[in-house]
Design a protein around this ligand. Sequence first.
Ligand code: MRU
Length: 367
Amino acid sequence: MRIHGRHYRTIFPAEDGEGVSIIDQTKLPFAFALARLSTMEEAAVAIRTMQVRGAPLIGATAAFGVALAVQRDSSDDALAEAVRVLGATRPTAVNLHWALARVERRLAPLSGRDRVRAAWTEAESICDEDVEQNHAIGIHGARLLADIHGRTGRVVNVLTHCNAGWLATVDWGTALSPIYQAHDAGVPVHVWVDETRPRNQGAALTAYELGAHGVPHTVVVDNAGGHLMQHGRVDVCFVGSDRTTASGDVCNKIGTYLKALAAHDNGVPFYVTLPVTTIDWSLDDGLAGIPIEERAEREVTDLVGIDDDGVVRDVRVVAPGSPAANPAFDVTPARLVTGLVTERGICPASREGIAGLYPDYARSAAE
Ligand code: MRU
């Protein structure tokens, strides 16, 4: 992704080779700022406070967090502690656990300098693979958009929820990758961006990304999607996922389920975009099995914005004394999902559909 004429990934090794640079997403959309992570603890804080966020990027950050930990102390105890601390940062995105397990497996037989070198290499490979996978998701998803345009001859109206763009991944994004690729290929696309309360990842991050790329878009309140669909103003929904079960239940940012219900009721195709790293092969039933993160009340009771003097302020919007609840994700049952758009192609959201695209993974999961 290009910002201010320069290509960025959301995370990359710092120039001195001893730290990690991230785009600090808590500053967006009002300022574009890089932050440095020098220790495993700083990586854990960055994930917990959502300086970095989005399932694939959380996984990549955790991998770099392990590299920072073993660079300081390459003992088995330090490795185990890093995996424990980073693994406890956020409960829902399965990419976190996938990345930690992968790095731990790779480092377990090594020691000393070899372990440190391998940790950095593994974290960088996870990033490179994420970029490739998201690019491939974009190619498959862009075909869907081109088909809709071919059929209707009109601008394709896509509705998206939360931020599943390049800021949620290392680059390209999942749900936004098809949109960028279709737009770049000349398919006229317009995006309805759900603001995505309480953290407003849509209004703050998706709108920022789409604006930077020049994609026409309109921000709507989270409650508007159903109305837009009833009036034929949405051709297709593209959302991301934080964890998808082996039978196609999709966990994603809170509010996704309501959009899927509205899409189902109005005959609007509802696609979920995800790389293989987001599939939890150990789970079938998403409602019963996926831990849903409960975040701070304050994210609901307060809003952060910029005033006319350019000062970023946090203001309370809820009646004083009223408690708030803040479940951060929900589960959309597979039956409401039209298809999963992955780096290997598009499949039905079902055990058979997923196993058909990923026979190798399905086989090892069954062993
Ligand atoms: O709480 P967040 O911002 O880390 O939530 C994750 C998301 O951005 C999404 O729900 C997204 O759609 C899946 S990540 C590509």
